[in-house]
Design a protein around this ligand. Sequence first.
Ligand code: PLP
Ligand code: COI
Length: 366
Amino acid sequence: MTGVLDFTRIPHPSPATAAERDQVLAAPGFGKFFTDHMVTIDYTEGRGWHSPTVQPYAPLQLDPAAMVLHYGQAIFEGLKAYRQQDGSIASFRVTANADRLRASARRIAMPELPDDLFLASITELLAVDRDWVPAAGGEDSLYMRPFMISTEVGLGVRPSTEYRYLLIASPASAYFPRGVKPVSVWLSTEYVRAAPGGTGAAKFAGNYAASLVAQAQAADEGCDQVVWLDANERRYVEEMGGMNLFFVFGSGSSARLVTPELSGALLPGITRDSLLTLATDAGFAVEERKISTDEWREKAASGEITEVFACGTAAVITPVGTVKSAAGEFTIGDGESGEVTMALRDTLTGIQRGTFADTHGWMSTL
Ligand code: PLP
Ligand code: COI
């Protein structure tokens, strides 16, 4: 009998040439180019997960009545593969992404992909597309996007009985075109991203659809990103569109870090969780608690809040320079990148690229 981990491998008949790949890797941008292959694994109720396949990257054939197109059961993950100094490839906290995909699946009434299949999908894709991982020594990496959709054909509103998991990969440089330059943010009081009891803690496609109109509003206000507030009072900071937030109080060795507590409406970021550990290692006090927009504005004005940064897999660590809302605008510190922000960024990226000791066992060689 064929085990579920035996992938069928269908090589691309005409993969990108080395010259074509090098051209992409010279300036990949974010999410614009994809490697030669993708992984698919199907699920059928009663049969479970089956037919794992590595195949040429290509458009999907989907019935127009496939449930995902109507009722939106769609979840995803985001993680990166980093080229190490010795040419090997490693990724960061992969099992945390596998866990979170399962947690998202539970919330959206989808089947949980077993962790060994999640990990195998990554190793199988990298086995054929390793040359797409950007060179060591820079900021670039291979961004991997695992995702899952419902595929059963039918218009009744209920959980689908058929699903497809896919993994695609895209060479990536900085998420923000200006790199680590501070971003400006818009406090969204008109729209909310997620409410208590809703889907905010899941990496669910609908959360991102719900965010787009506010992101457009932020852009109209001249800001780079939206900051979401709690749905009930519109007072407490939750997160940004694809990043969690940290507030630095004080400076030097007495700096303290505050990040919004996991309210159930915000995504439990793996970078957020890692930084709570790395900041503690560095001797900073850390707190997970509610932080209001009033506290942010008042303590930025008094100089008690010295730095604010956003963090996530795609955005890494990006300083926040200016904050704008219907009530006005204020700046954090001198509006530039702060010391604590940049020190944590160096530590995190150093671990990911193998130039700092991985004392927590977060990296796995692929
Ligand atoms: N918040 C949202 C809404 C996100 O989409 C992401 C990105 O995955 C994050 C936070 C940061 O999560 P992580 O650090 O796991 O990438
Ligand atoms: C990530 O950081 O992996 C994200 O998913 C953020 C964004 C691209 C949606």
